[in-house]
Design a protein around this ligand. Sequence first.
Ligand code: NDP
Length: 309
Amino acid sequence: MSTSAPTPTTSARSASEPAARRAVTVLGLGPMGRALADAFLQAGVRTTVWNRTPGRDRTLIERGAAGARTAEEAVAASDLTVVCVVNYEAATAILRRPAVADALKGRTVLNLTAGTPGDARATADWAADHGVRYLDGAIMTPITTIGTPHGVFLHSGPADLYDAHRPVLDTLGGTHTHLGADIGRAAAHDVALLDLFWTAMTGYAHALAVARAEGITARELAPFAKGIGAILPPIFEQIAADVDDGKHSGASSALTSAASSMAHIVQASEAHGIDSGVIRAAEGLARRAIGRGHGGDGFSRVAELLGRR
Ligand code: NDP
């Protein structure tokens, strides 16, 4: 595993080789796997597909994909196999079958399944032991962005392997960023960013419940909720700088003020009998920092506190 800070390389679409001469196999035809296969097909890449449950390949076959009867037949059809299933348990259940592992020998797997950095490292170890070249990746945007300029793909693993397969990956459109040789790095970004996404979504669900209890419909709140979303990007940048620089100035908003604002939300929520567990946990973190003498600091102090071992 690399310990030095990698230099991410980001690319938009490149067209060094005609897409028609390229081939790819897609294992896993859930909504995302189907979107990936469809984008490859649209770009003229020879695409072979397989899914555990038969029948999900029908529309893709109508559009020109080759439907394989088995996973081993599918991976034998292309030098590059893209795996996109529900989790690594499912991915390894497919890849570790002896017939599939044999067929993959000398070929490349790009695993775009969401998982943990540990999952990615364990799968890379398995691949190395079985003569399979391995890249790991994460997709940060919904299926509607695949094949458009709006998709965001993160990749990690050997740079030469990534470069070799980039022409095919670029046919998915969007932005592809190679984060370095440490195979767990894409998954590490993925879990951190999904942490942000799901806690924000849970906050939104709670906000809608509190608003509804006060007779405010979700549609009425939504424009203001979008306004909250819009103020976040500069705040993210400022907190990132504060965390990296170890400065936690509360000049514009102190933790004591933040904790007081959170306490109002807990109160209003519990007055309506609404579960306040998430906002209580947030208030608890702010109060912990205050209890350690950081009440005058800014919110970045919470990140520093959580990161202490
Ligand atoms: P799911 O996460 O529901 O995955 C469905 C796929 O997983 C199907 O192909 C399913 O096969 C397969 N699968 C489940 N269990 C097994 C198993 N035990 N063995 C073999 N295959 C199995 O749907 P998505 O396609 O949406 O997501 C795929 C990946 O993409 C996930 O890791 C997800 O987090 C990620 N992703 C999805 C996004 C989205 O917008 N949908 C956005 C960004 C990332 P079967 O049909 O046989 O059940």
